[in-house]
Ligand binder design. Structure first.
Ligand code: SAM
Length: 401
């Protein structure tokens, strides 16, 4: 049997992730119309080439896998994988779950940020939405326009070349906004260009790790506030301006007085407790409660690992901590600078544990635009009226139920 859109639809149906009304949509949009001839499924080192192995390429296209289509913002060429994957056709089941959250109905005006191949814009168009999709990379935008036109959706999607964090005021107000690139700070433009009651679905994360969580924000009637829960643990390529800036840090950036000030202590926690897997809720919780802190885990094979923590400059210099875990030895913690980053991490972990290890679904975010259009992001626990504060400071349990 030849694999095709129906194969993928059946796969997604089997996983129970297809929202009502979307089964025919996934069947109508052929992913092969959007995927280029060379792809790296799931960031693999070896590419699949349509011309060399058409069957394997086609099987990958109609599988539930993310297909990398660009490395290093297009600077990388050749068959080998590059350093950082920067564009892809997103994992279909993740798209389906985010579309469930988006709840886009025919006729709605939808803004998409991160066009990529154009596949997800094609799905929204096939659903009957009026779509504006923004792609920062001019070459990718051009190709997506061509893909959408060839697949028959050219008249239903406007592909704009530009920075999606600025939105596209000409097409506003949008009833739905879908973002398919990882976000660290919600831009004011998305809230300002949303209609009252609009839904914004985006992969959001903190500097503590590279994972994201899908966030479903509902915009208030005043279009100055939006709030909602985290719904899905995932991992997306980040918006160009939201890549972590390791350059300033890295092991080379140890402060000169590190040895003198970093008196070693120990902990009862282990490496896995504070690093977590890519979809582990603890990474989100640590990131929410230990803000402005880049976490960089370095695994030393079977021998253990080190978790480096780098704090943003507070005006009194950088804070830095290293938690070193070696098999058969007590962990060693070193910290220096104005913040005790490890102490913040440890206090958060014990709080999370004392709460019965809540999942990402117990947390959410409220986004508020200030008069000067700066954006405040306030995380919450269980309900929006219960702001999450770092447990090292003051914390009172929320009402149960
Ligand atoms: C994961 S891909 C999108 C996948 C796409 N929706 C699909 O299914 O084919 C993320 C895309 O976001 C784009 N991107 C990154 N930063 C951006 C920005 N500031 N504005 C608009 N697009 C951006 C990248 O170039 C990349 O193509």
């Amino acid at each position: 049997m030849t694999v095709g859109p129906d194969t993928l639809t059946a796969l997604l149906k089997g996983k129970d992730v297809l929202p009502a009304g979307w089964e025919s949509v996934f069947g109508m949009v052929a992913r092969e119309d959007f995927v280029p001839a060379r792809i790296w499924p799931d960031d693999s080192d070896a590419p699949l080439d349509r011309d060399r192995d058409p069957e394997a390429w086609r099987r990958a296209v109609y599988s539930d896998r993310a297909l990398v289509t660009q490395w290093d913002d297009g600077r990388h060429t050749g068959a080998a994988a590059g350093r950082l994957a920067t564009s892809s056709a997103s994992t279909p089941s993740t798209l389906a779950e985010m579309l469930y959250d988006l709840d886009a109905a025919p006729g709605m005006r939808v803004l998409e940020v991160g066009t990529g191949t154009g596949y997800s814009a094609g799905l929204l168009a096939a659903r009957g939405c009026r779509v504006t999709s923004i792609e920062v990379d001019p070459q990718l935008a051009r190709r997506a326009r061509e893909n959408l036109a060839a697949a028959g959706f050219g008249n239903f999607v406007e592909v704009v070349t530009g920075d999606g964090t600025l939105g596209h005021p000409a097409g506003s107000p949008y009833e739905r906004i879908q973002v398919t690139a990882g976000v660290r700070r919600v831009p004011s433009a998305w809230v300002e260009q949303a209609a009252p009651g609009a839904v914004i679905v985006l992969p959001w994360g903190t500097d503590y790790g590279s994972g994201d969580c899908a966030l479903r924000l509902v915009v208030d009637p005043d279009r100055r506030t939006a709030s909602g829960p985290f719904t899905l643990a995932t991992a997306f390529m980040k918006l160009r301006a939201h890549h972590p800036h390791w350059g300033r840090y890295g092991g080379a950036a140890l402060p000169e007085d590190w040895a003198a000030y970093a008196h070693p202590t120990t902990t009862t926690l282990g490496y896995d407790d504070v690093v977590g897997g890519p979809f582990d809720p603890v990474a989100l919780v640590l990131g929410l409660c230990v803000p402005d802190c880049l976490a960089r885990p370095v695994l030393h094979g079977a021998l253990g690992g080190t978790l480096w923590l780098y704090g943003a400059d507070t005006g009194h210099g950088h804070s830095i901590a290293a938690a070193h875990f070696a098999v058969g030895e007590p962990p060693t913690i070193r910290q220096s600078g104005p913040r005790r980053l490890w102490d913040e991490v440890e206090a958060t972990w014990y709080w999370w544990h004392s709460q019965g290890r809540p999942t990402i679904h117990d947390f959410g975010l409220t986004v508020r635009l200030a008069d000067d259009d700066t954006v405040e992001q306030q995380p919450w626990y269980r309900t929006p009226d219960h702001p999450l504060v770092a447990p090292a400071h003051e914390w009172t349990p929320p009402p149960s139920g």
